[in-house]
Structure formats: structure tokens, C-alpha cells
Write a protein that binds this ligand. Sequence first.
Ligand code: ZN
Length: 383
Amino acid sequence: MVTVRGNALIGPDLKFVEDILIQIDEKGIIQKVSNEQKTAEYVLPPSNVIIPGFINAHTHVADACLKDFTYGLTLEEAVGPKGVKHSTLNSKSEEEKAQSIRNSLDMHVKNGFTAFVDFREEGIDGIKLLKEELNEYPIRAVILGRQYGDNNLADISEMSDGFGFSDVFSIDEDIMRQTKDLKENNQEKIAAIHASESMEVISESLTRFGKPDIEKICEYPFFDFVVHATYSNENDLILLKKNNTNVICCPISNLYHGLKFPPIALILKNELLLGLGTDNTFCNNPDPFRLMAFTLYSARSNYQTILPKEILKAVTVNPGEIIRRQIGQISEGFYGDLLGIDLNSPNTKYSKDVYSAITMRAEPSDIVFQMFKGKIVKWKDQK
Ligand SMILES: [Zn+2]
């Protein structure tokens, strides 16, 4: 049993409690969260706060080798079928792609992520490549694959956590029937899709199907979440809510590509679960602190006011609930993925409250303690 003691944000509402004891078993699962006064192996001082490890709810980790090459291009020029991303990555060797993935994983771990949800390209080979690299890192990947070449969906499902479709135009009745069957046979499988990322996508969907892409996607009630919803309106969000399909937004990626800031306040008002992701590594570093601060600041200039605590939930509790895994909160039965943040560093000192300090002030250098499945990744200032 591993024991950790200190002030912490616990449960699904990230409630601040003082001096609690977290007991984690050999499998890395939290057995007990209590105020028992026992000694602990790791005791964090009162100036620290223990929080759940961050979850990056949407990534494409293989394209780190294209950092900043697409700045100034349109979405289509950057990531379209004939765009820079796919044409360049196709010409890279397996080792170059592996190095690119390793760079993304290094940043994820260093910046405090203990999990990420990746839309993996290149079918079975792409999934295998990421899995091989993952073994070396204290982080969990939830891998969502897609059809590629002659790989079929059943093989993809076998190798991965589910499906991450590129857009509404990449699916058809046959693919959707297979997805539904595979999900029914294995409740853990996840289905997700990019949606309403740009006005062009919505216009093309109107031309092809006579309805916006989110309306088309909602004809299949088994999607766990859509990614982006940048140009969604309230009608789209009501439909998603009815289908129990939640939303992952990637605001830094949207602005990098010259697109709008997503309607996050409206998503929260419609009581959808909101997750946040950094999206392609080529357009920004996977850094939860930068993602949270950027989101809160950009929201303000888009006439949206969002509580810092809601944004902290969007990189911890909510993605865990959206993907139905026991991660993202400090609760019994959940994995012991923990971070200790220094609330008395030059960055965080004097901030209004713990949620503001973490979302708008802290940086990766303020992480003093990091644990993945009950095992130490980082521990400094031992007291
Ligand atoms: Zn994406």
C-alpha cells in the first residue's frame, strides 16, 4: 500500500479538503480517501495541493516533427487529405515517426499529464507504433483508431480503445453499423468524431446531407463525444445532450488555424460534459497550464465568462467521465494518478483561490509531486 498525505482537491467536484490521507493499493488504485491521522510515505506540506493527474482529452501525438510548419495555413492546407501534415508524415520513416511520438510523450509527462486520448492515424501500424513507445512512459493512452488501407474496423477495435473518425464524410451506413455492433459487444469501446470544426465542414454537410454535420452525427446515438464543435449552435448542443454525446474543445488549435473560439459557455449551459485537448502537437505543446489559461483569457474576449474550476474539471474529472474510465479524480476505485502543485511559488502566491492559481498562474515548474498508478514520477522538496 502507498500512502500520500496533504491538502487535496477530491471527488468529482474537486472539493478542497485539508490534510487527507490517500491510500493506494499494489494495482495503483485508490482504496481509501480519509482523514485518518496515520503517518504516510509521502507527506506534502500545507503550501501544496494534491490534484488528479491531468488528462489531455484530444491529441494527435505523431505530428510533433511538424511543429509550426503550418502556421498561417488554412485548416484544409494543414490537415486536409492533400495537406502538409499527411503528405509530410507519409514520407517519414518508422523511426522518424517514433521519435516524433517520443517528443510528444516527453512533453506530456513533463507537463503533468497522466493520460491522453489520441486519434491515431494509419490504422493497425499506427496503433502498434504508439503502443511500443508508450511502454517507456509513465502515462496512459486511450487510443482511438480508424480504418486505413485494408484494415477493417474489427481489427482496429481489437487493438485499440475504440474509434476516432476524422469527420462526417469519412463514415457511411456500413461503417456505422459495424461501429454499433462492436460497441454493443464490448461496452468499453469508445466512439468519437471531429465535428463542426470549421464553417466549410458545415457548408459541405449541408450540401451533401441537407443538414449540419452534428445533426447527421446525432443520427447515430452511440457516439461518446465529438471533438471541436467550434461552430455549433444551441440546436446542435441540444441534440448532442439528448444523445448523451459530450464535447471536447481544442481552443488553442482552433485559433492557431484561424478559426473561431468555441462556444464553451453555451456547452456548459446545456449541461454537456466539457473536456479540453491540445489537439495536434504540430500546432501547440501539450501543456495543461497553457491550455487552461489560454481558454480562460480567450473566453473573456469572446464575451464568455467561465469559472476556473470548470476549466480545471475539463482537464481532469470530465474527460475521465466522458471516456468512462476510472481516472481524473481522487476518489475510491480510481487510479492513483496524482499531482502536487506548489501554491506558494512566485507564480501561484497571492492568487485569489486554489482553482485560479492552478488554471491561470501555475506552470509545469510548480509541479512538486507526480504519481502514476501509485508510482512516483517526480518528488522534490521531500519533507
Ligand atoms: Zn483532432
